[in-house]
Design a binder for this molecule. Structure first.
Ligand code: HGY
Ligand code: MN
Ligand code: MN
Ligand code: MN
Length: 407
């Protein structure tokens, strides 16, 4: 199984939407995302497989060995964060394409059609940077999110996901493949595997995630002519909230709660106007939902006091709440046995990032695998994993997919 054309493909896709410092910017349904979608479609066609695009832009490359049989899905996402890394998601899609083709060759050589067919998937908008919430396409597929509501989500320019997908020609109408199981390989995006010098992470659970959508309403006024005592500056209060979101983590055992404000928008955003409105999104995550709830209570109490102090209105809305999901034991053992057969080391690991596999695990037994991230950095241009770790992961995904299609 020539792995080098996998690496050739991977490093080619990394040039699509490439940014100056070795990252990529391919946000969902942008022109750059469209270019990777076109590349994915051409690869599927060239391999002689069938392309389906569903109503939320999820793309499926179908390999039909047994007419009418349901599919094992393998895949990930090609969309990225703004100024993101070239491995997050894309590695999993490229590995899935080549693992599927490897399995197809094994099936052809065996002359024996397996009980299940195989499909490679590129999920729409896993990153949620342009159209929150994240993990969108797979969550619609898994019935967790309503398709119409997700298509109506808008970016900061007010463009809907529906219009953006239609614009790039990927608002599909094809049926979704009946699915029996799902497997995904991904970079760890943390530093555990690297630190412990372990080749593969076998994901056994996710962690609780909750976001707070916070709107601060002050009053617009002239930054020169308005007396300080008369100002209702929304950004001053918002700045204090950003610090509160960080400081609340110190209320708990170290690293038991992580939080940041990743997005902040300002109106009217003019250098000589006291800001009228600030909207910020706080991302809270923990292995213990109680900790997130306690942090939320602390924040709401402090924010209420802040509104009083500054005589402004602050609205807080809960959104994008993701419970902890546990991956099935037999999938964990299948993956661990496959790792051992390859003579590799592995450990069970919690995923701190959201993934399509966490959504899919709601409807079918799913397997999620990690390869090491160098320095543990991700969602930034410095993100890096080695060619050899990527090829190791491809060999493992091939074996896992081969076992899954054989039931
Ligand atoms: O939601 C997440 O954590 C993922 O990175 N999109
Ligand atoms: Mn990802
Ligand atoms: Mn990501
Ligand atoms: Mn003026």
């Amino acid at each position: 199984m020539p792995a080098n054309d996998f690496l050739t493909d991977f490093h080619h896709v990394a040039t699509i939407g490439a940014t100056p410092r070795n990252g990529v910017d391919r946000q969902a349904a942008t022109a750059e995302d469209a270019l990777t979608r076109d590349w994915f479609a051409a690869w599927i066609h060239d391999a002689g497989y069938t392309l389906h695009v569903d109503g939320i832009g999820n793309m499926f490359g179908l390999i039909d060995w047994t007419p009418g049989a349901p599919y094992v899905l393998v895949g990930s996402h090609l969309d990225s964060q703004p100024l993101g890394g070239r491995f997050d998601g894309a590695y999993g899609v490229l590995a899935a394409l080549h693992a599927a083709r490897n399995v197809d060759q094994l099936v052809t050589e065996s002359g024996q059609a397996p009980p299940f067919n195989l499909a490679v998937v590129n999920w729409f908008n896993e990153e949620g940077g342009r159209f929150p919430p994240s993990v969108m396409g797979s969550s619609v597929f898994a019935g967790l999110f309503d398709e119409d509501r997700m298509l109506d989500t808008t970016d900061l320019a007010g463009i809907t996901a529906r219009a953006a997908l239609s614009e790039i020609g990927y608002l599909g109408t094809d049926p979704r493949p009946a699915t029996v199981s799902y497997a995904e390989i991904h970079i760890e995006q943390g530093r555990i595997l690297e630190r412990e010098e372990i080749a593969i992470g076998v994901v056994d659970r996710s962690w609780y995630t909750q976001k707070l959508d916070i709107e601060v309403l002050g009053e617009q006024s002239h930054t020169g002519a308005t007396a300080m005592a008369d100002r209702h500056d929304a950004l001053i209060a918002a700045a204090k909230i950003v610090l509160m979101v960080n400081d609340v983590t110190t209320q708990f055992e170290e690293e038991s709660l992580v939080s940041s404000v990743g997005q902040l928008t300002l109106e009217p955003n003019s250098p000589i106007v006291v800001p009228r409105r600030v909207r910020l999104i706080a991302d809270l995550r923990s292995g213990d939902p109680q900790i997130v709830q306690a942090a939320r209570t602390t924040l709401l109490t402090k924010i209420a006091a802040l509104a009083e102090e500054h005589d402004i209105q602050i609205n807080v809305t809960d959104f994008d709440i993701r419970p902890i999901r546990y991956f099935p034991e037999d999938g964990l053992q299948l993956a661990e046995a496959a790792v051992a057969n390859l003579g590799l080391s592995s450990r069970r690991i919690r995923t701190m990032a959201g993934h399509d596999s966490v959504a899919m695990n709601n409807i079918v037994p799913s397997i999620m695998l990690f390869i090491p991230s160098i320095d543990g950095v991700s969602h930034c241009e410095r993100e890096f994993s080695t060619d050899s770790d990527m090829v190791t992961g491809l060999r493992l995904l091939t074996e896992v997919a081969r076992q899954l299609v054989n039931g």
